[in-house]
Design a protein around this ligand. Structure first.
Ligand SMILES: Cc1cc2nc3c(=O)[nH]c(=O)nc-3n(C[C@H](O)[C@H](O)[C@H](O)COP(=O)(O)OP(=O)(O)OC[C@H]3O[C@@H](n4cnc5c(N)ncnc54)[C@H](O)[C@@H]3O)c2cc1C
Length: 427
């Protein structure tokens, strides 16, 4: 679906309850009371829509990208919190009747919403397991949605209209169905399409190459640059699954290859996983694909550290397809022992003509590549030429590097639409 249509659909859904209320024939109240009701309705509609903005739906994140989907998710969650604050405080004359259980449900949802918000803000604190937070976030959100449905139907003035009541029940059902889709239907699909961890190989300091082979099925259709959620040695219904970019090229066959850096609970166990262990894959996801930019006259890639993973997939695919467009790779690392697939990159330079520029922050003695980071000066040095303004730029790496690269490219006159990127931060 076209991103503009997605936005229009989103606005329609969240504004529908307000619109229906405005069309009603109830006598008007004081402005602040109407404001309180409106804020409550909008907050609830936004919350229900958040279930679809969880990043797990290809129809959404495959169109606008996982980064934008998650930014929307966070921004809208904050908007809903503000509206939820306004809702009870703005009433001058609550006409909610005397249904104390419905008011209690609203108050409980209110408290839980703030707890969920605070937990989301502190989810990256050391000692917080990502999976525990994810479980709390999902179950908490479902409970809030259910409490608010009760509150809306029994305490809401406008929800006494049967049409609006049916709309609320429908929106709630869609939100609940989205959870069932992610936590029940997807795992069932994964169970029927298992993979095997064929090899797990250390390829650089704290960095592993993981190759998965499909077990009795044809594998997964994907585009170079996309990513998948994978779990190895765990049940298909486990919450322990992590997103990783696919570093293999679709044209290379049905095996999937990943380049994974040790970071926490799961990634630090990679070295202990035995070849032959069962794995599950949910994907493909993401839209960092160059296919949508066929008119670009060349392709420049800026990778920092393990951000090389999706870029490798793209480079490999371009080579296998004999794509005639010029390519440049700017690949930054701290130290030389962090560079992955150096021989393959040299071969790509020789066989595909890719210009590979290595940058090291702590170079060894005698290093003949660039000294320092992939900073603005290096970006300008490598790409500030008139013909390169029409190239496509693919960025993946540490957030600071990506921000600098994006800013510099835009200053150089590269249209924002010619820059695609992905951050390795999901939430
Ligand atoms: C789209 C995308 C593509 C990525 N591609 C790569 C890649 O190719 N190579 C690579 O090394 N890393 C990649 N990452 C990062 C990778 O997902 C995390 O490093 C990994 O999940 C950490 O897991 P852990 O259990 O070892 O660490 P933990 O200590 O559990 O988590 C560290 C951090 O990783 C993130 N994280 C952990 N689990 C999840 C999860 N289930 N879902 C979302 N985020 C999670 C959270 O921000 C968390 O704070 C990618 C991330 C995203 C969002």
């Amino acid at each position: 679906m076209n991103p503009r249509l997605l936005i229009a659909l989103y606005l329609f859904v969240i504004l529908l309850p307000l619109g229906l209320s405005a069309l009603g024939t109830r006598p008007p109240r004081a402005l602040s009371d109407e404001l309180a009701s409106g804020a409550g309705m909008l907050a609830y509609a936004i919350l229900l829509a958040e279930f679809l903005l969880s990043g797990r739906f290809r129809a959404i994140s495959g169109r606008i990208g996982i980064d934008i989907t998650m930014r929307f998710h966070q921004l809208l969650a904050r908007t809903a919190i503000v509206l939820a604050l306004v809702h009870p405080l703005a009433y001058t004359n609550p006409s909610m009747g005397i249904d104390l259980s419905a008011i209690g449900a609203g108050a409980a949802a209110w408290g839980l919403l703030f707890m969920l918000f605070l937990a989301a803000l502190s989810r990256d604190r050391p000692g917080t397991a990502h999976e525990t937070w994810r479980l709390f976030h999902g179950l908490g959100a479902a409970l809030i949605a259910a409490l608010l449905l009760y509150h809306t139907l029994y305490a809401g003035r406008y929800a006494q209209d049967p049409v609006l009541a049916a709309v609320w029940i429908g929106l709630f059902a869609v939100a609940l169905a989205s959870l069932l889709f992610v936590y029940l239907l997807k795992p069932l699909h994964k169970m029927r399409h298992p993979w095997t961890a064929e090899s797990i190989r250390k390829i650089a300091t704290r960095t592993w190459e993981v190759t998965l082979t499909p077990q009795r099925h044809d594998g997964m259709r994907y585009k170079a640059g996309q990513f998948a959620w994978i779990s190895i040695g765990r049940s298909a219904i486990s919450l322990n699954e992590n997103p990783f970019s696919i570093a293999s090229a679709p044209a290379s066959g049905n095996k999937l290859q990943f380049v994974i850096k040790e970071l926490g609970d799961f990634t630090r166990t990679l070295g202990r996983i035995q070849p032959g262990t069962r794995a599950y894959v949910d994907g493909p996801h993401g839209n960092m694909m160059i296919d949508n930019h066929g008119v670009a006259t060349g392709i420049a890639m800026v990778a920092g550290g393990v951000g090389i993973a999706p870029i490798l997939g793209i480079l490999r695919q371009l080579h296998l397809e004999n794509d005639p467009r010029p390519t440049t790779l700017l690949y930054g690392n701290r130290r030389e022992d962090q560079i992955v697939y150096r021989d393959e990159l040299d071969n790509l330079a020789r066989d595909h003509g890719t210009r590979v520029v290595h940058a090291l922050y702590e170079p060894p003695e005698g290093w003949d590549g660039h000294h320092g980071m992939c900073d603005a000066a290096l970006i300008r040095q490598e790409f500030d030429q008139p013909e390169m303004r029409h190239w496509l730029y693919v960025l993946c790496g540490p957030p600071v590097m990506m921000d600098i690269a994006e800013e510099t490219l835009i200053e150089m006159g590269v249209p924002a639409g010619n820059i695609i990127s992905e951050r390795f931060k999901y939430d």
